[in-house]
Design a protein. Structure first.
Lengths: 409, 346
């Protein structure tokens, strides 16, 4: 045994090296072949905006008549140096969202500072990792910094719920580009404003769109076990009414990648569409496995899957999927500028962050100097942005908040 | 609130837990085939748990991470071969695809095998030298599992310039598109399922022969039975331990390739955990320490958990798997085939 082990290992090593060399040399010869065949005749898929809908699922034409507010509006503006804070996940598993928001806001602030030499506004970033507990540690620092007169954030609903009272007490404007839990505006906070539709709008709107516009008569609502997925599935199911087929309301687990039984259940029901209430990490393999087992029903999902990662991982199975989002699409010019500055395409909530930062900047240009002034400015604001018209009700919700339907094309 | 008064009626009307034998009957064969596919993957991973237990009386909880590293090995090999992840299936023709799969298989086996041996060297051998109690090994195994996960999560993307590892699952490289080949009683069997089940059977058979009919296998069985006597008879215990980890790792690497064929978007730092627990349960189900028990347990668990999902609802999969485990252990505390690598009967 002792003698033969090295020999065996040696033989194995030679074999492996030989194979590796063979593999490497074959790479160059058919490299072109493989990359050509990989595309399979389809151009790279991406998530494209399709239509803006109201809570009846009917299309709302985008009103292009107004001019979106420009952060570089007033070149002669004069102001004392002030700071806007941004709080959200900048590291950790959900960092992508926070970075989308930070980049969007940075774009607005840079445009403003370049145009107005006598009014330089700084942005300070505060990383919460999207974690309510971390956010409570960060919040006092933000409140204690006297140069900060407005806050863009917090980014997520959980952390907003946790630290909202702190900002409210300090009278610091809290303008969120992404926290969509409907209950946040029911706390009586006078400093909290939401720059997009909340979750209570999304579910019914998308359900109505599926029934009224896409004319689905039988939909399987599949949910994961997160708060988000469970809540969304409830709203979608009640919104769909008779169209929701209870025989195929499969439930999956976050972190899971094998969905055979759920797929089988859906396959049995032969629905017109599958609505997936959950995140892209499970949504992408679920969509692939549905497609692979021959399910032809349309795949519909919401903002949890509205992420380039969904398309990356599901590949062709993502084609034609409908993904809703309270977030607005990026206009071409914005996308170009964003790409040039950050060498990546704008993501979900980048446009909202740009719009909301712009609103604060316009306030500063108009002479707002302190926290109370900025809250007043936002409360009375009425103007167009890149994504939508911004005018708030006294609760902090937008007067008119609509949902966008995107499609993978 | 009325549900408090009528608990019985609540259970019947509440859709939370269903009972639908019809769904099982309708899809019996489709579920069986899917179950066998996953079951054979569980079985291959389970061998790693069972062999190490047989030789060291150690539950190597980090084995699920060896499997996960195997997936990254497979993926990395494909990247080195010049494949670019696109999410869409490549179409290379059968001979080339088999060759690429073979190379990826070897890549996965090398990565998983060396990491298993490395893990043994770094984490377990020093403890063994100092004669640490078995609880310390267990904690070390759990710790090693975290270390490997977080390595892939945070360090690997920095080392590979973001190509491997990180928060998100790897963008899939699909070498094989599933194609229906034939059908059994109305359930279609795809090429991927055939490849997975057949390869797993071949590997299982080869492992069984290796343990039962070669000199190395005899060494492993000898150390499992009685380490002291085996050492006196001239069997190097350290070498046997290394070999055991190597076999477990290599099989986990093979399982990793098969798994990524079936679930191409499952390559993520956390992707080994659930599968590892299933494979461990399979090993216990069949009788831990028993090679054939691990294989049988894997297949059984794979099939039963899909039947359970069809009957009780998809969210009950893990519950069904573990209820089955508890039921079996109630009547056969040492598993279906009994705990036996350490006994004379293998």
């Amino acid at each position: 045994m002792r003698r033969s082990t090295p020999r065996l290992a040696g033989t194995a090593l030679v074999l492996v090296v030989g194979l590796a060399v063979a593999g490497c040399s074959s790479k160059s010869s058919d490299d072109t072949g493989s990359s050509a065949s990989s595309t399979g005749g389809t151009a790279a898929l991406s998530i494209q905006p399709l239509v803006q809908i109201d809570n009846k699922g009917a299309e709302v034409k985008v009103d292009n008549s107004g001019t979106p507010a420009n952060p570089a509006g007033d070149a002669s503006a004069k102001c004392d140096p002030v700071t806007i804070a941004m709080a959200g996940a900048l590291t950790g598993p959900n960092a992508a969202l926070g970075i989308n928001i930070l980049n969007g806001a940075t774009l607005a602030i840079d445009a403003h500072n370049a145009a107005a030499p006598d009014c330089q506004v700084a942005i300070k970033q505060f990383d919460t990792e999207g974690d309510p507990q971390k956010a409570t540690q960060v919040a006092p620092t933000i409140v204690g910094d006297a140069s900060i007169i407005g806050l863009l954030g917090p980014a997520f609903s959980g952390e907003t719920k946790a630290v909202g009272p702190v900002f409210n007490q300090a009278g610091l404007l809290s303008l969120t580009a992404s926290a969509t839990n409907p209950d946040l505006t029911k706390n009586g906070w006078t400093n909290f404003f939401r720059g997009l539709a909340n979750d209570a709008v999304q579910g019914p709107s998308v359900a109505a769109y599926m029934v009224n516009t896409l004319k689905y008569e039988k939909v399987c609502v599949v949910q994961d076990d997160s708060d988000y997925g469970v809540g969304l599935a409830e709203q979608i199911t009640s919104g769909l009414g008779d169209a929701a087929d209870s025989s195929c309301n499969a439930k999956v687990k976050t972190g899971d990648k094998q969905f055979d039984a759920a797929v089988q259940q859906v396959k049995d029901a032969e629905p017109d569409a599958v609505f997936y209430a959950g995140y892209y990490a499970e949504g992408a393999p679920f969509a692939s496995q549905l497609k692979e087992s021959g399910v032809t029903a349309a795949f519909v999902s919401a903002d949890g899957t509205n992420d380039p990662q969904f398309v990356k991982q599901a590949g062709n199975a993502a084609k034609d999927a409908y993904l809703s989002c309270p977030c607005g699409p990026a206009p071409d010019q914005f996308a170009t500028d964003y790409q040039a500055k950050f060498s990546t395409a704008p993501g979900v909530y980048s446009v909202e962050a740009y719009d909301l930062a712009t609103i604060m900047l316009l306030g500063i240009d108009s002479g707002v100097k302190d926290r109370a002034g900025l809250i007043d400015w936002v409360k009375n604001y009425d103007g167009d942005g890149l994504a939508r018209h911004y005018k708030w009700e006294s609760t902090g919700e937008l007067a008119s908040a609509l949902i966008w339907i995107y499609q993978v094309k | 609130m009325s549900s408090v008064l009528l608990p019985g009626a609540q259970v019947l009307t509440d859709p939370m837990i269903g009972f639908d034998l019809g769904a099982l009957a309708r899809n019996f064969w489709a579920l069986t085939i899917d179950g066998l596919t996953y079951g054979s993957i569980y079985a291959l991973v389970a061998v790693g748990y069972t062999l190490v237990y047989g030789v060291l009386r150690l539950i190597n909880f980090a084995h699920s991470e060896i499997f996960m590293l195997g997936m990254f090995g497979v993926y990395g090999t494909l990247l080195l071969l010049g494949f670019t992840p696109s999410g869409n299936a490549y179409n290379e023709g059968i001979p080339l695809t088999i060759m690429y799969l073979g190379i990826a298989l070897i890549g996965g086996m090398i990565v998983a095998g060396t990491s298993a041996v490395g893990l043994e060297r770094v984490a377990y051998r020093p403890l063994r030298k100092r004669g640490a109690p078995s609880l310390v090994f267990l904690i070390t195994a759990i710790g090693a599992s975290f270390v490997i996960q977080e390595f892939v999560h945070f360090v690997l993307p920095k080392l590979t310039n973001g190509k491997l590892g990180g928060v998100n699952a790897q963008q899939p490289i699909r070498l094989v598109e599933p194609v229906d080949v034939f059908s059994v009683f109305g359930a279609t069997v795809t090429n991927i399922e055939i490849v997975i089940i057949l390869s797993a059977l071949v590997l299982a058979f080869a492992t069984d022969r290796f343990i039962n009919a070669t000199k190395f296998g005899r060494g492993i069985r000898a150390v499992a039975q009685d380490p002291v006597t085996a050492t006196l008879m001239g069997v190097s215990r350290e070498r046997v331990i290394m070999l055991t980890f190597l076999i477990g790792g290599v099989l986990a690497g093979a399982a990793a390739l098969l798994y990524t064929l079936r679930v191409p978007s499952g390559i993520i730092y956390s992707g080994g955990f659930i599968l590892g627990i299933k494979a461990f349960s399979a090993a216990v189900l069949g009788g831990i320490g028993n090679l054939r028990g691990a294989l049988l347990g894997g297949l059984l668990l794979g099939v039963m958990e899909l039947y359970g999902q069809a009957v009780f609802g998809t969210e009950w999969r893990d519950v069904v798997a573990f209820v089955l485990l508890v039921l079996v252990l109630m009547f056969r505390p040492t598993g279906i085939l009994g705990e036996s690598l350490g006994r004379a009967r293998v």
